[in-house]
Design a protein around this ligand. Structure first.
Ligand code: C2E
Ligand code: CA
Ligand code: CA
Length: 784
């Protein structure tokens, strides 16, 4: 049935209607033809009834006729005298003559005992004659007897007539065959065909029909005495029994030709076929037209539905329909309207913020994209509400929402260009302002901030809201949405650090920002993969000139950006929370390098730089101990360099960490001393052993009187506090000499040794001895 489902409405309708027409026509025709046949059979039955009666009559009449003929013969004198002669030849000759006159097919004479006296059938005279039953009947009645009898291959109408006279007692027997001529006679008189058939053998005796026209006549095919129609045969047939003295000897078949009836029948069927074809044709045409007229609105509506699928605004078809198609059209129209409504709602929801009802970031982005596309100049201002998070936390989300709504409304009022204002994030709005020169824009933004920051009433409570504002110009400062967003975010971050909390984008600022982001990301991987390594710069005892120790300085070769200075990435590590991991790496690398030197017979002191954040790591001392656990003696030779500001910053936790390190045996040195704001007196209470004078005071020591004053007084004061002093940044012999003269304990600088790979240290140490001797650094040694 798949094909039926696949066929269209019209085809199915046509199929249904045509099937109906064919079925009804076929059944009417069938009923008619059947009735016709029944009627014909009844008529044949009647005709055969008549024929049977006539045939019986004919047989009876013929018997009477033959009997009277024979009785004439029997009375004939000549015949009688011939028989009276008792001469067989005479008798036989007379019998031949007289039987020919009577047209008998069979003739014989028998005596009273039923034995043959004479016959024409070459039978032995004096033998018993055939047809004994009929003979006995005649003898019993002493008169004439007639009956059907079978003899040899034939059936005969047998007449037995007494021959009387001259003391003679004999019987004349004559037989008349049931043959073709008798059959034809009956056929002529009954207007049916007639056939004689022997009952015993079924042999054909006589027929009015030519042998080839004969239907097969099977005894028992028809009930005796009743007509029957035999399928495949062209005749209605009836078998009439022909009885002898003892039972039936033959059958008379009466045959009624159907040829006539059939031809009528066929002509009628043909006519009906023609009528049926015509009806079918008309029905098909009617069905086609109906299906088209019924189907057309459906197809039109289907096309409309399709068009709706493509385009919601598709025009409805100009259809005047009622009924189901009308309902369908109304439904489609209602569907179209609701789709349009819903799409409008979705569109609005997609481009608007549900809370404030303002356009959202998507809508503003479209506006910005079109401005950029058209080369339109404008200023873009980001308005950030840093306090919303706190408001939500402290006063609840409802209050926060109300605040945002109020701010949205107020911004709308102040800016007076509603289409250009959008809520672009949870705490952020953005506005596109007409282009203005920097001064003018600065004024506008400041005004906006002042007006926005006046108190507003939220749920009955007055609230003053703070704004951070960032602005840039398009297309001057940004050529894409991505740039606008990134640069405004960056500028907002800068605004947060300004007292007026307003910042304008400065070109180049974000390239730096991008580099920072990248370095922060890559640094994390580099620390994990241990892709950083340490260089070591020698520290020397100024008094003796001896190589005393090294300072570990971290190095990072970025695979793409090349050498990155620690001055650049250390603060990034701090700001991105990677300090502790970095310091742990430095400790473990340094511990490994110390072990390497030991195998060269070197055992230098080791200085390690710490960030301010390391001091707030309570586990630092434990980390240090773990790193040097295989080398506990190194603990006493460890110095941790901590910047001045770091030491001063958080005195509580930092102090604890410093004391932890001290407890391990390590010393603490205040790095970059002189650049911070601390005073020496503050250092007095800290567990610090060394001051490391910043290189900015040392680099030009020989030429700068001011630096000399600072350095010499720092040394004096440090000594007053029982702190040793290390000077870094010694680049010439003059500085070395001056510092030694002032009693500075330790020295570090390019003059004596630059930072170098750990493997280079042993070699350097050897060369240094010769070099230092050449330059008179080993002064004590010289003196001794
Ligand atoms: P710092 O601790 O003051 O280290 C001394 C810096 O001065 C080093 O720079 C060194 O190469 C440089 N220097 C030494 N002698 C001279 C000289 O005679 N002339 C000049 N012009 N410079 C000299 P570097 O290696 O670039 O380190 C910069 C800063 O990075 C260090 O300053 C330190 O604060 C930080 N740093 C380096 N390694 C580490 C580390 O492992 N951990 C931490 N937290 N900070 C480190
Ligand atoms: Ca240092
Ligand atoms: Ca320094």
């Amino acid at each position: 049935m798949g094909w039926l489902r696949a066929t269209g409405f019209r085809a199915r309708l046509m199929l249904a209607m045509l099937t109906l027409v064919i079925l009804s026509s076929a059944s009417v025709t069938g009923v008619m033809l059947y009735n016709l046949f029944e009627e014909e059979q009844a008529r044949a039955e009647e005709q055969l009834d008549v024929a049977q009666r006539v045939a019986n009559q004919v047989i009876t009449t013929r018997t009477q006729l033959l009997v009277s003929n024979l009785e004439v013969v029997a009375r004939d004198y000549g015949f009688k005298s011939a028989i009276g002669s008792r001469d067989t030849a005479t008798i036989t000759s007379a019998l031949r003559n007289h039987s020919r006159r009577a047209n008998a097919d069979l003739a014989m004479i028998v005596n009273a005992k039923g034995r043959l006296i004479a016959n024409l059938s070459d039978l032995d005279n004096a033998s018993p004659a055939p047809f004994q039953a009929i003979i006995q009947q005649a003898q019993a009645e002493e008169g004439t007897s007639a009956a059907m009898g079978q003899w040899n291959d034939g059936v005969y109408q047998v007449l037995v007539v007494p021959l009387e006279g001259a003391g003679l007692r004999a019987w004349l027997i004559a037989g008349f065959r049931l043959d073709d001529s008798f059959a034809k006679l009956i056929a002529d008189l009954t207007a049916t065909d007639a056939v004689f058939q022997m009952t015993d053998s079924g042999a054909l005796l006589g027929s009015s029909l030519a042998a080839d026209a004969l239907p097969s006549l099977e005894p028992g095919d028809s009930t005796e005495g009743q007509a029957s129609f035999r399928g495949g045969s062209d005749y209605f047939m009836r078998a009439v029994p022909i009885d002898g003295v003892r039972g039936t000897v033959a059958r008379l078949w009466l045959l009624k030709d159907r040829g006539n009836a059939l031809s009528r029948y066929y002509a009628l069927a043909l006519e009906m076929g023609a009528v049926l074809a015509a009806v079918l044709g008309i029905a098909a045409a009617v069905v086609l037209v109906t299906a088209r007229t019924l189907g057309r609105p459906i197809f039109t509506l289907a096309r409309f539905a399709n068009a709706l699928g493509q385009d919601r605004t598709a025009e409805p078809p100009a259809l005047r329909v009622s009924g189901e198609p009308g309902i369908l059209l109304q439904s489609l129209l209602a569907m179209r309207d609701s789709i349009i409504q819903r799409e409008k709602r979705i569109e609005h929801a997609a481009t608007h913020d549900s809370l404030t009802g303002l356009p959202n970031w998507r809508a503003l982005r479209l506006q910005l994209e079109s401005d950029l596309c058209q080369g339109q100049s404008a200023a873009v201002v980001a308005i950030h509400l840093p306090d919303i998070k706190t408001i939500n936390e402290m006063l609840g989300f409802r209050f926060g929402d109300e605040t945002l709504i109020a701010i949205g409304l107020r911004l709308n009022g102040v800016l007076k260009r509603p289409g250009q204002l959008a809520r672009t994030g949870g705490r952020q709005f953005m506005a596109i302002l007409p282009w203005a020169a920097e001064e003018e824009l600065r004024q506008q933004v400041t005004d906006l901030k002042t007006r926005m920051e006046t108190s507003v009433e939220i749920l009955g409570s007055p609230l003053q809201i703070k704004l951070d504002l960032a602005a840039l110009w398009i297309p001057d400062h940004a050529h894409s949405i991505d740039e606008i967003q990134r640069r405004l975010d960056l500028t907002l971050a800068q605004a947060r650090h300004k007292p007026e909390r307003i910042a304008f984008y400065e070109p180049g600022g974000d390239e730096e920002h991008l580099r920072e982001i990248r370095l922060i990301r890559d640094l994390s991987d580099a620390i994990q993969q241990r892709e950083l390594h340490l260089n070591y710069q020698p520290k020397l005892a100024l008094e003796t000139g001896e190589f005393e120790g090294v300072e570990a300085l971290i190095r990072w070769h970025h695979p793409e950006l090349g050498f990155i200075s620690p001055e650049e990435f250390i603060p990034l590590a701090e700001s991105s929370g990677q300090t502790l991991a970095l310091t742990r790496l430095v400790l473990s690398l340094a511990a490994g390098d110390c072990a390497g030197w030991r195998s060269h017979g070197l055992d230098p002191h080791l200085a390690i730089n710490l960030s301010a954040l390391d001091l707030s790591n309570p586990a630092l001392a434990e980390d240090v101990r773990a790193c040097f656990q295989h080398d506990p003696e190194q603990m006493d030779k460890l110095t941790f360099e901590v910047t001045e500001s770091a030491v001063m910053n958080d005195t509580g936790l930092a102090l604890q960490t410093l004391e932890g390190l001290r407890a391990l045996g390590a010393s603490i040195s205040v790095d970059d001393f002189g650049t911070g704001q601390s005073s020496l007196s503050q250092l007095r209470n800290l567990p610090v052993q060394e001051l490391k004078i910043d290189k900015s005071f040392v680099l030009h020591l020989t030429s700068s009187d001011q630096d000399q004053l600072i350095v010499s007084s720092t040394i004096n004061l440090a000594h007053g506090l029982r702190l040793t002093v290390c000077a870094e940044g010694i680049e010439d012999q003059g500085s070395w000499d001056i510092l030694r003269q002032w009693g500075c304990e330790r020295a570090q600088g390019f003059f004596m040794g630059r930072p170098m790979a750990p493997e280079a240290i042993p070699d350097w140490a050897l060369r240094y001895r010769r070099w230092a001797a050449d330059h008179g650094l080993f002064q004590k040694g010289d003196e001794t």
